[in-house]
Design a protein around this ligand. Structure first.
Ligand code: ARG
Length: 393
């Protein structure tokens, strides 16, 4: 039998895929669970379920560190956010796909499989990465057979496939965030029920005492909290914890999917919101006006590349060169206040600060104010011409 390597999470879609690949496609199935910070019991469950369904081999790959350093921190430096979404799921997909390709090569497989439907974004992200890295045949059973969620549940029950503790929602979780979609949330007017949140407290349950936090950045990435150094994984987890406790990072948006469908999305991304907000505050003090204007466009393009599954587009690497060079000045400290869902910048400082406190001060006597008169007089000259010539005739 020919071998196929399946990206496996033990959720409904990928569990159904194992059986379909065995029975309908007649293949030997090898499953791979790439750990990008999903709940630990989900990673453990994957191994157990894979064996219960009868795969020939299962791999668990710990990619958390690589996810944090090579993906999340690049996204932080670029302030990557798509339509208000800090790109947690989108960022992990190319990494997962690359790991699957590695296993497929090791195992001499003939094909790679994923459990994506034909409506979402992940099919684009997985397949563009797989095709950039290899020429494996790609099989997407749920999409091929045009299955609905309830048809999948029926198939799973008929074949004795163990399903996760029943959740009405489709949830995807990794180090950078948690996304919740489907079921009653498909009605954009229905409020996300409180019990569906897992990483963040509501404003009423959040502590009455505000939390003041100092975050230190070096070369655009966070390295310390309140003076204490953390490594990549720890600082992301700690930020998720602290910001979540104070009700930061709940996001409810209408998102434009790659294929153009609008989709109602709920996210909990406390760490991402905290880190990116602080990072932007630091950029404001170290970059020139020209740089900041330019960067907002860079950030938008970078975010779209991630969302659209184009991590391997050369433009992303080109932008990284620019970003890395600029971020050498994004070092310093930002002080924030978190209180009941509210995140406020209290202060910022940097050895690369362009702020001239003395010159901007109301008490400054050294700058001769009269010198500016000529510049002010000619300022807006084009607008004045237009008003005189075109409006007055
Ligand atoms: N809309 C988001 C994205 O495309 C999240 C999708 C996550 N999937 C899920 N089953 N909740 O990146």
């Amino acid at each position: 039998m020919e071998k196929v390597v399946l990206a496996f999470s033990s959720g409904l879609d990928t569990s159904v895929c194992v059986k379909l690949l065995q029975e309908k496609y007649n293949m030997e199935v090898i499953t791979v669970c790439v750990d990008v910070g999903q709940p630990e019991n989900e990673v453990e469950r994957s191994e157990k379920v894979a064996h219960d369904i009868g795969v020939s081999k299962h791999y668990t790959i710990d990619a958390k560190e690589e996810f944090a350093r090579e993906f999340i921190f690049k996204a932080v430096k670029a302030n990557a956010v798509y339509e208000g979404y800090p790109l947690s799921t989108a960022l992990a997909r190319p990494l997962i796909a690359m790991k699957i390709v590695e296993i497929a090569e090791e195992e001499n497989a003939v094909a790679i499989s994923h459990g994506c439907t034909g409506k979402g974004n992940d099919q684009f992200r997985f397949e563009s990465t797989i095709r950039s890295a290899s020429d494996y045949n790609i099989i997407a059973p749920v999409r091929d057979l045009n299955l609905t969620r309830s048809e999948e549940i029926e198939y799973a029950e008929k074949h004795g496939i163990p399903l996760p503790v029943f959740s009405h929602y489709s949830i995807d979780e990794n180090l950078w965030g948690r996304s919740i979609e489907g079921d009653i949330l498909e009605d954009p007017m229905v409020e996300m029920p409180e019990e569906a949140f897992n990483w963040t407290l509501s404003t009423s349950d959040a502590p009455d005492e505000p939390r003041i936090l100092e975050m230190e950045f070096k070369d655009g990435i966070p390295i310390a909290l309140d003076g204490e150094k953390y490594d990549a994984l720890e600082i992301i987890r700690e930020c998720n914890h602290i910001a979540g406790l104070h009700g930061i990072g709940r996001i409810d948006i209408m998102e434009d999917r790659i294929i153009g469908l609008k989709s109602r999305e709920n996210y909990e991304t406390p760490g991402a919101v905290l880190i990116i907000t602080a990072h932007k505050a630091l950029e404001q003090i170290v970059f020139t006006r020209e740089e900041l204007r330019f960067l907002s466009g860079v950030s938008e393009t970078y975010s779209e590349l991630i969302y659209n599954g184009l991590w391997h587009e050369p433009l992303r690497e080109d932008l990284d060169c620019l970003i890395d060079n600029m971020q050498k000045r994004a070092s310093g400290i930002v002080r924030v206040r978190m209180h009941k869902g509210n995140l406020r910048i209290l202060g910022r400082e940097s050895p690369f600060s362009l702020y001239q406190e003395q010159a901007v001060s109301f008490e400054d006597k050294e700058t001769d104010q009269t010198e500016i008169v000529g510049m002010v007089k000619n300022y807006g000259i084009q607008a004045a011409c237009f008003q005189n010539v075109c409006r007055k005739g």
